[in-house]
Design a binder for this molecule. Structure first.
Ligand SMILES: Nc1nc2c(ncn2[C@@H]2O[C@H](COP(=O)(O)OP(=O)(O)OP(=O)(O)O)[C@@H](O)[C@H]2O)c(=O)[nH]1
Ligand SMILES: [Mg+2]
Length: 386
């Protein structure tokens, strides 16, 4: 009797689980949709650097961009959830006019069907050390707003120190931001300027600053439908990913309760597996882990779920049956509860695996999921969570 869950589970082998995981991961990425950001600012203002600091994996800085108009390219992240309209080497004036015309065409197209390239937010980047915000730049910002696009003004490369736990922003950067704000441009927060520094500098002691605030402002202008994609794409706000993952786990837990309510004497781990596979695929997508590595992910996912389900079977066999010896009805009621708590445990353990993977450089992520690292960590988290 105690061996039964494992035997039933074996009917769905690791290869089948891997395949299912592949499909579910694809589905999970697809259902996130795409968040599209347009980023403008003079050449060297720090646009690419800012993008790299805020989003999970770098968008290729050169090459594969799709030209929208002269000076404006569209890049789609390989995971599909992030699109960037980048105005590389952009200056105002003639090229500004060309870009506005290009933007207008993008808007017309996305209003007439092609939703997945719709622009959700615009960042206009001003390098603080330029100390100038020309009238042509102001006119450009106003013109984008007039197209109906939400613009957020970002000041980049701002020197910020941290002394005794307090932020110290370069007073001249502050003064420059105040000046820009006094123009009351028709942008987010009535011309509010978001001061940022995207990379730390050990020589001057400058620290990373303002990325969370910029991201929060961006969430405020982005429609609900594109927020899940933004949550997956960004790497600054771990709490947003955690919340989104918690919602997925909750859904899967409810589903597991239903599956477990079928009057069988022992919670059948194999019956829970498809639901759990879908759950970990959706969590994986929320963490923005590379779809390009879906194959290794899929193998890891198979191994992990085999481990998780076997563990689940053993848990049921050794713990549950001791308390409810044989009782069909009582057993089925409890098996629903157990199915739910096992699913929750698997989801929470997988969140920890993803959180850790996100701290690794891209090349090591591959090793982590391809080797035994993720499987071992998952089993460890699963055991410690119980
Ligand atoms: N210290 C510091 N340096 C930065 C920051 N942002 C950009 N830089 C530096 O400024 C230079 C230009 O940054 P990019 O991100 O390439 O600028 P860009 O706006 O993408 O320029 P184009 O692609 O030519 O339009 C690089 O050498 C960066 O390392 C920042 O926040 N802090
Ligand atoms: Mg660039």
């Amino acid at each position: 009797m105690p061996a039964e869950p494992e035997q039933r589970f074996n009917a769905m082998d690791s290869a089948a689980i891997s395949q299912l995981f592949d499909q579910e991961l694809q589905k999970a990425f697809d259902s996130l949709g795409c968040f599209n950001l347009a980023i403008f600012g003079k050449t060297g203002s720090g646009k690419s650097t800012l993008l790299n600091a805020i989003f999970t994996q770098a968008i290729a800085p050169t090459g594969i961009g799709e030209p929208v108009t002269k000076g404006l390219n569209y890049y789609r992240h390989p995971n599909g959830y992030l699109g960037i309209y980048d105005s590389e080497g952009f200056e105002t004036g003639t090229s500004g006019d060309a870009i506005l015309a290009g933007l207008d065409r993008v808007l017309v197209k996305s209003n007439s069907g092609s939703q997945d390239k719709r622009i959700h937010a615009v960042w206009y980047v001003i390098r603080w050390s330029d100390r100038r915000f020309e009238s042509a730049q102001q006119a450009f910002v106003s013109a984008i707003s007039a197209l109906g696009l939400p613009v957020i003004i970002v000041m980049s490369q701002v020197p910020v120190l941290q002394r005794d736990g307090l932020w110290e922003i370069h007073p001249e950067a502050r003064a420059f931001a105040k000046y820009i704000e006094s123009l009351n441009l028709p942008t987010f927060g009535d011309g509010e300027v978001f001061m940022t520094n995207a990379i730390p500098d050990s020589f001057s002691g400058t620290v990373v600053y303002g990325l969370q605030e910029l991201l929060d402002a961006t969430y405020e202008v982005v429609p609900l439908a594109a927020q899940s994609a933004l949550t997956a794409a960004q790497s600054v706000d771990g709490a947003r990913k955690k919340d989104a993952a918690a919602a997925v786990i909750k859904q899967a837990t409810v589903a597991a309760t239903g599956i477990g309510a079928i009057p069988i004497p022992v919670a059948d781990a194999a019956l829970l597996v498809p639901n759990q596979v879908a759950m970990i695929a959706r969590i994986t997508a929320i963490y923005g882990l590379p779809r390009s590595r879906a194959r290794t992910m899929s193998i890891a996912g198979g191994a992990i779920l085999t481990g998780g389900a076997t563990y689940a079977g053993r848990y049921v066999a050794t713990h549950l049956l001791r308390f409810v010896p044989g009782g069909l009805v009582a057993g089925s009621v409890i098996s629903g509860t157990v199915a739910a708590s096992l699913t929750r445990a698997i989801g929470s353990a997988w969140v920890k695996v993803c959180e850790y993977a996100l701290t690794l450089p891209d090349s090591e992520q591959e090793l982590y999921f391809g080797g035994s690292g993720a499987t071992e960590a998952f089993t460890r988290y699963l055991k410690s969570g119980k």
